[in-house]
Design a protein around this ligand. Sequence first.
Ligand code: ATP
Length: 322
Amino acid sequence: MSVQQTGPARGEDSPATVRTHALTKRFRHQTAVDAVDLEVPVGAVYGFLGPNGSGKTTTIRMLLGLISATSGEIEVLGEPMPDGAARTLRRVGALVEGPAFHPYLSGRANLARLDSADPHSDARSAPARIDAALDRVGLLPAATKRFRAYSLGMRQRLAIANALLVPRDLLVLDEPTNGLDPQGTREVRNLVGELAADGTTVLVSSHLLSEVDQMCSHVGVMFEGRLITQGRLDQIHAGTAQTVRVETDRVGDAATTLRELGLTDVHLAGGHVTAQLGEVEVAKIVPALVDAYVPVLGFAVQRPSLEDVFVSLTGEGFDVSG
Ligand SMILES: Nc1ncnc2c1ncn2[C@@H]1O[C@H](COP(=O)(O)OP(=O)(O)OP(=O)(O)O)[C@@H](O)[C@H]1O
């Protein structure tokens, strides 16, 4: 299985926030991450998608210097890792394992406690930085509430605020919506969109296709330790076959017309015909059907879902529910 690369050509010149080459991690006999070439462009919301156990967390832990790679190269914000960690990691906010919050302290007091434990943080600017981070995630009105009274979404937003206590160029979020209720999921998703709009590059892992489809500009898909495709989401969609569906009560004539136009894989069903568009111009289809006296009761061009792309690349279904 080869990596399908879409978007800007890989190369040293294209600006990337994270770039890896042949990144590999082996645990005893298992290769958890297998020769991964990751490329997270500046300004992207990069969805790092894959089923449970496909190697996302292991990759992220290597990017952040939390575990060492077996082999391969890592560059984060232009610095090689782990050698450049001291310079780079101050510009990277991460939510990998949630910070330990104290249930009886307020959100603000929890952040103050975590900030003071950071040897690099400046105590004088702490109150302003903490309130700015709370404001950024929409928790300023709940700043004095005890953590235990926070909803799941508020707790996760507080964890993200903790990653934003100093300005960041890159935010790495490992499964930030895991375990959240629908409301909390929406809150976190909206926050990711807002952070990206502010110019922060976000690398966010998820095992949920629909989530990546809704939230991200780019995607990298992991499967059994390998990166099987990456690039801009719209180009990944565009790079795969589009299906045309014609609703009509004359399916036989419709099928003939579609074949004559050059559409392939034509299937007849009760009341509709589907076919692969290929290189055929969409605008030519309905006029050709009308010329052939086919009553067009409905017409749609369906772009494949990310799930279709995954299935076509792996030959396996994606457990959408997680
Ligand atoms: N410390 C470790 N020792 C041995 N095996 C490990 C270790 N960490 C991860 N693995 C294995 O590596 C594989 C990839 O795990 P990883 O956690 O990176 O996947 P993931 O895509 O993040 O999935 P999940 O969402 O379930 O965490 C799994 O089979 C896992 O069991």
